[in-house]
Design a protein around this ligand. Sequence first.
Ligand SMILES: [Fe+2]
Length: 347
Amino acid sequence: MATPHAESRREAFIEELLSSNFTTFFAATHPKYSTGNKAFRFTPTPVSPAVPYSWKYQDARAKLFALGELLTVEEAERRNINFVNPALKTFMPAATLPTLRGGIQLLLAGERAYTHRHSANAFRFILEAPEAGASTVVDGTRIPMHPGDLVMTPNWTWHDHHNESDSHAIWYDGLDVLMAYWVGGVFSEELKDVAGESYQTARQPRRPSDNNPLLYYPYARARDTLQKLLEAGVRDPFEGVRTEYVNPVTSASTFPTMSTALQLVPGKSRLEPKHRTENIIFITVEGSVTFQLPDNQQFHTGRFDVTAIPSWVPYSIVNAEQAPAVLFSQSDRPVFEKLGFYREADA
Ligand SMILES: [Fe+2]
């Protein structure tokens, strides 16, 4: 035990150390010096800086339409409402989870959003769209946008969005941009700055070879796959009936950094909880489910509500209705797997 004199000398030393941009393990992990957002511990299991959270689609949608009256798409580049994790907002820009950003984007009748590209991978999961006339162009390929469709814009692909119909289109944008941001990997470019044109007119050169060549996963096909798996009895107590969208060339996740999946929770059933090292965002697409979390926390979700769950937080998904529920999800699990950090454990 240090004497009071030694302790005050130690205290003064640590303060001087920290103020001159050094630290020592003792201080970096000590509750006195390492608090709040500065906390770092060698914890036995992961403790995320993010918290679980759920956003109501109708709330976000109302804000998006309000923004639609206040901000033109030209001013906004992309007119959207992001889902912000309350525990991350003081030290991360628009973060839904530590690595992932989610938001909803609006194109009103006749609007278009000009061509840009970025190193962050992105996808759109279409929520509301007209019968015809809404599309995204990716490296010169025009892709239709219908409710439930998944449209990919991998790393450094040129993309722009169009709504040539007489009603609005809304989609969910999912990105790994926070991952890119923290490792210093953000690059972006506007076509008008490099080619003088705001929109691409011709097919662009192919993307880096590790990109997913498949840009479009229509909803009908993914939903039909779930139905066939359900009928064949392919069902897991933790995952329900689940199909992952994959890169057809490698059979790996849709992006090196993100996986995307569609999952069915049969009526009157419950998926068992598990700890997993992944940050995951769910969109409730069909039906309604309740996420049950530790400490009796619950999120009741309906159509297009968005729920974010940080690494290692166990959750079970309960479908109390008779009808099946369908969930879309975006996860950074491929990052954990590639780095050797992926683990699961019973909850
Ligand atoms: Fe973009």
